[in-house]
Design a protein around this ligand. Structure first.
Ligand code: CA
Length: 222
């Protein structure tokens, strides 16, 4: 069972990593919001422990992005901001639990294991269309049962197009969805990414509406 710990303070991160590992969990550490967003988007984690005050992208933004992308991994927020209003904001934005700092490590462990127990019965629904299937729980893609190896960006792009199947998604919207503030939001990069994805999944799945954007149409239509 693997969890993602997002914490920028090195001493806190080290202590929590040790404690989580001792409790039987494998731990990946992200030290800023951008890494957190990249790693969490793979959907491979049983839970995410997310600090709110983070460099590059703040924790609340990371969480909102993940939820808007369909990532359903349980999220426990860690924050020094313990006021009830912020707690409500956090829960409304998609957090499953909230632990104000400072906290006892034992309480964090109990809450993380509780989250994993509660969510282990629920698996994210698979998305499928015309023989192409996406399993968000494992971030894997198969076409007619055959696994397709995609990079993280290719996967995100495909996920976004399939979740909006039949609708034209503008390249600018894709650029904004796929690239963080620190990258150039360049629609040419999206064109290149779409090209790579088409080579891997077959060109018929993704159509271009020139001047408008891209859409997922499935392989059966022409
Ligand atoms: Ca912090």
């Amino acid at each position: 069972m693997q969890v993602l710990l997002v914490e920028d303070e090195a001493i806190v991160a080290r202590g929590l990593t040790d404690a989580l590992r001792k409790s039987g969990l494998a731990v990946d550490l992200a030290k800023d919001g951008e890494d957190a967003w990249y790693l969490a988007g793979t959907g491979q984690y049983a839970a995410i422990i997310l600090d709110l005050g983070l460099p590059r992208i703040d924790g609340m933004t990371v969480m909102k992005r993940l939820r808007s992308e369909g990532v359903t991994t349980p999220i426990l927020i860690l924050s020094a901001r313990g006021s009830w209003a912020e707690r409500v904001d956090g829960i409304n934005a998609g957090a499953d639990d909230y632990l104000p700092k400072p906290f006892q490590t034992e309480e964090l462990l109990a809450r993380v294991h509780g989250l994993i127990r509660r969510s282990s019965g629920m698996t994210a629904a698979k998305l499928s269309s015309d023989g192409l299937e996406i399993d968000p729980a494992s971030a894997t893609v198969t076409i007619k049962g055959v696994p397709v190896e995609l990079t993280q960006m290719e996967y995100r792009l495909l996920y976004h197009l399939v979740s909006n199947a039949g609708k034209v998604v503008p390249a600018a919207v894709l650029a904004e969805t796929l690239y963080s503030h620190h990258h150039e939001r360049d629609t040419n990069a999206i064109e290149v990414l779409v090209g790579r994805l088409r080579r891997k999944v077959g060109k018929d799945y993704i159509a271009t509406r020139r001047g408008f954007g891209y859409f997922f149409k499935g392989s059966e239509e022409t």
